[in-house]
Design a protein around this ligand. Structure first.
Ligand SMILES: NC(=O)c1ccc[n+]([C@@H]2O[C@H](COP(=O)([O-])OP(=O)(O)OC[C@H]3O[C@@H](n4cnc5c(N)ncnc54)[C@H](O)[C@@H]3O)[C@@H](O)[C@H]2O)c1
Length: 390
């Protein structure tokens, strides 16, 4: 995918958003500042305030009028998380009925054609799983190493639909699930390419495999998605075909994760299944979403703004730091810049080293008694990155 040569300065848009989004983006900013001199690259950062709070303060849009153009012009985008509640305790909604924060997240995905939402799911050695208040190693690192690729521009999140008001009563609501051959083909092809690029196959048997997750026994959109999957799979004879029905997959992803190499699915299924799969990797504080198209990309933790955690220095920053690493990796491949690839590797190794050491880690990974502040965890990761790049 290399299309250009290395640059002196890479332009990055930062979209902090709301709640813990603002806090974790600050950690991404500090990480970028740390790696800049060590890698010998520069980042020109363009901060764009956005989200529910922005809407409450400005009253018309959920980000500035020129924000879309600034995102389009950037080399890459880093997103924290959006979503805030108003005085009534309900999520802030815009006049058009969309959530305040729609523009930077779903808007960017659709308008910049970030058609693949690539979500790596792996267990880092030493990670203990927090389940029902107990912390123990449930899934082993050697059994979990998959990538879930979620269609990112249509499906149930296309924004097509509405609510009918009959006699002053909101009586009918529709959400149209749009599945097109073109968008399906792009994301499915990307999934097969990722299986080839990874080259290591599923942890259980080492076979390259793309699992197509659908509900084709019921939904027309899934019938078309599967049809396109079969056509594209024929171009990749070295990658095994595999089909799973979404409800059964929800069980298999936890009970036999070693089966999976790459998983491809439609938008809403992918949204839900990757929150579920994040349990394997230690929860949403560890899970990354790479929104990638042919010309643009936006990297984020998959979690939301977690208002109850905001302002408490408790949010796990690792997903955001890993997302920053993925951003460097994508830029490095796109611009043929080995310095950025090295930065990506250093960030991954640093997070893995802190997890393996067992401390400092946030509450979600070790429980309230041993939980360290977000700021201490982010500093520990930065120290490890500095050591990696020394
Ligand atoms: N891409 C996005 O910006 C995005 C994604 C999902 C939800 N949201 C929005 O976020 C708001 C809150 O939604 P929600 O509560 O359903 O989801 P959430 O992801 O914010 O939180 C869900 C649970 O995960 C925990 N959690 C999330 N991130 C964590 C982290 N970094 N460290 C430790 N624990 C973490 C929270 O404490 C909470 O218990 C809503 O307004 C929602 O619309 C935004």
């Amino acid at each position: 995918m290399q299309s250009q040569s290395p640059k002196d300065v890479y332009s990055l848009v930062l979209l902090p958003g709301d709640g813990i989004g603002v806090e974790v983006i600050d950690e991404a900013r500090a990480l970028l500042a740390l790696v800049e001199p060590r890698l010998g690259v520069r980042f020109a950062l363009d901060d764009i305030a956005c989200g529910g709070k922005f809407y409450l303060e400005h009253g018309s849009r959920d980000w500035p009028d020129d924000a879309e153009a600034r995102c389009r012009a950037a080399d890459a985008i880093l997103l924290g998380a959006v979503g805030w509640a108003g005085a009534d305790g309900q999520p802030v909604m815009m006049k058009d009925g969309k959530m305040a924060g729609w523009s930077p997240v779903i808007g960017n995905r659709i308008k910049l054609d970030l058609y693949a939402n690539v979500r790596p799911v792996k267990v880092l050695p030493g990670l203990r799983h927090g389940l029902a208040g107990r912390y123990a190693e449930v899934w082993r690192a050697e059994d979990v190493d998959m990538v879930v690729v979620r269609e990112n521009t249509e499906g149930l999140y296309s924004g097509m639909g509405g609510i009918l008001d009959t006699g002053g009563v909101r009586s009918v609501a529709t959400d149209t699930r749009v599945i097109t051959r073109a968008a399906s083909a792009k994301v499915i092809r990307r999934a097969f390419e990722i299986s080839r690029e990874r080259g290591r196959g599923a942890p259980g048997d080492g076979k390259r495999r793309v699992t197509c997750v659908v509900k084709n026994n019921v939904l027309y959109g899934c019938k078309l998605f599967l049809e396109v999957y079969r056509e594209i799979a024929a171009e990749f004879p070295d990658v095994e075909q595999d089909v799973a029905i979404v409800d059964a997959f929800a069980m298999f992803v936890l009970t036999q994760p070693q089966r999976y190499d790459v998983v491809v699915t439609t938008n809403m299924f992918g949204d839900i299944l990757t929150d579920l799969a994040s349990v394997l990797q230690g929860g949403m504080g560890m899970a990354v979403g790479c929104n990638v198209g042919d010309d643009h990309a936006m990297f984020e933790p998959i979690h939301g703004s977690a208002p109850p955690l905001a302002g408490k220095d408790r949010a796990n920053p690792m997903a955001m730091l890993l997302a920053t690493g993925e951003c460097l990796g994508w830029l490095g491949r796109r611009f043929g810049d080995e310095r950025l690839i090295r930065g990506h590797r250093a960030i991954e190794a640093a997070v893995a080293a802190v997890v393996a050491a067992g401390a400092p880690l946030t509450v979600d990974l070790v429980g309230a008694e041993r939980g360290a502040p977000r700021s201490a965890v982010a500093q520990a990761v930065r120290d490890q990155v500095a050591a990696q790049l020394a």
